[in-house]
Design a protein around this ligand. Structure first.
Ligand SMILES: CC(=O)SCCNC(=O)CCNC(=O)[C@H](O)C(C)(C)COP(=O)(O)OP(=O)(O)OC[C@H]1O[C@@H](n2cnc3c(N)ncnc32)[C@H](O)[C@@H]1OP(=O)(O)O
Length: 406
């Protein structure tokens, strides 16, 4: 078995092998298709080949930026197109590719990588842990009235601005600009490189799939939010994504789609856990939460660099004993947080928590409380107050959320 990096000449072989691994025929640029593979950069891909040179496995990484708590932007290779031909599975091909890729990323100086998992049981063994969650909110339109805000001087001042409906093709750079502003402020969000928008690679609203876009503009006419949507069967209006940094603008866009005629229900895909929309409905039961799932998985490759990169919101200290069985590595660190910044240094002190690197990946963005994984039996707390202190330390000002598909 040989694992080797690819070049532009390997693109066809890579794309064919990846499609065969997923049981698909290579996608053609038909109406609506988002050619996900056109965004692959071949110098970031690997092929696995048998001894006689037949390609049997693929893996790739996109050069994304990830927003950490504290609005810090860091490089985050987005692992994708991972596949092994059905004839060559369970013979260690994926394990060999993962070892090659993670070692290469670490050598290049990356301190974390991310992915979306096709199946949840695959990636924990390689050190990835689920770190952001997403869900679907289905609202019955006949019960969809929004409540009058009870706090004076806040949301009862509705967003001043306007909503205009455009077709996707009429939006020019608006979506890219609004998305970019949003993702810089949203922990867990990924950049969508300009190349993706230009190639129209991926899922709506990036892809050429026909969509209406409700664009919200502020009082000066500057776009500050959008909702990408389509109407389908059973009078269902589906919103692919609602993008804005401003809660009042989100409410204005929600009010717009919920008021759409000839619609019996509105499905908001990709709503973060604990989103306020449910609480804004006069009838709390008008919204049904579904499709609750993990989304972004995080793998830490350099624990001190990763922990000092993110912002912190509570002072404190914690000794973490971290195990990385896949890359055969162990470290014990004193994490000290003062005024929003962390120091993380090797220590000989007794640990507060012992944990696998995959579980640290789950805690990293603040979307999973350490005490949850202690209660699940995955993290070992060595002192009675360790989980509570860890919860306070890892908590963030805003829950992480990611809705980019790759
Ligand atoms: C980020 C992304 O791209 S997600 C997309 C992942 N790809 C797919 O889902 C495409 C379809 N599936 C495949 O191509 C393959 O089954 C892969 C890539 C998931 C696994 O490849 P393989 O070469 O069979 O994996 P490999 O032999 O290295 O298995 C390593 C271990 O993972 C386990 N494993 C592999 N796949 C799975 C799975 N789908 N579910 C549960 N366990 C799995 C194996 O049993 C093995 O366990 P062991 O070490 O205890 O023996």
């Amino acid at each position: 078995m040989e694992i080797r990096p690819t070049t532009d000449e390997d693109r066809d072989v890579f794309v064919d092998t990846a499609h065969a691994a997923f049981g698909l025929f290579p996608e053609t640029p038909v109406e609506g298709g988002g050619l996900w593979w056109s965004a692959l950069e071949m110098d970031r891909c690997v092929l696995a080949l048998t001894a006689d040179g037949r390609p049997v496995g693929t893996a790739a990484a996109h050069p994304f930026e990830l927003t950490l708590p504290g609005e810090t932007l860091v490089p985050a290779p987005g692992v994708t197109a991972v596949g092994v031909l059905p004839s060559h599975r369970r013979q260690g091909v994926l394990s060999a590719m993962m070892r090659h890729q993670l070692t290469e990323l670490r050598t290049r100086g990356e301190f974390l990588s991310v992915l979306l998992a096709s199946e949840a049981p695959i990636y924990g063994r390689f050190g990835y842990g689920p770190a952001t969650y997403t869900g679907r909110l289905t609202v019955q339109r006949h019960k969809a009235a929004l409540d009058v805000p009870r706090a004076h001087g806040t949301a009862d001042a509705p967003a001043t601005g306007s909503v205009e409906v455009l077709r996707r093709a009429e939006c020019g750079e608006i979506l890219e600009e609004v998305y970019d502003r949003y993702r810089r402020a949203q922990p867990g969000a990924l950049s969508r490189p300009h190349r993706w928008w230009a190639l129209r690679a991926g899922q709506p609203p990036i892809s050429p799939a026909p969509r209406y876009i409700a664009v919200h503009r502020d009082a000066d006419g500057v776009p500050d939010g959008y909702a990408s949507y389509s109407l389908g069967e059973k009078q269902t209006l589906t919103v692919d994504e609602t993008i804005t940094t401003d809660d009042a603008v989100f409410t204005a866009l929600a009010r717009f789609v919920l008021g759409h005629d000839l619609v019996s229900q509105v499905v908001f895909k990709h709503v973060p856990p604990q989103h306020p929309l449910r609480w804004q409905l006069t009838d709390f039961r008008a919204a049904e939460v579904g499709g609750d799932t993990d989304w972004l998985w995080v793998r830490l490759l350099d624990v001190p660099r990763a922990l000092t990169a993110r912002g912190w919101f509570t002072d404190g200290e914690l000794v973490l004993a971290v195990d990385d069985p896949f890359l055969d590595w162990h470290g014990r660190y004193l994490l000290t947080v003062r005024d929003g910044k962390a120091e993380c240094v090797p220590t000989g002190r007794e640990p507060d928590l012992s944990l696998d690197v995959r579980d640290l990946g789950s805690l990293y963005l603040g979307g999973t409380a350490p005490s949850t994984l202690v209660r699940a039996g995955h993290i070992r707390a060595h002192r009675p107050d360790a989980a509570t202190r860890a919860d306070a330390l890892f908590r963030t000002d805003r829950s992480p959320h990611c809705l980019h598909w790759f």
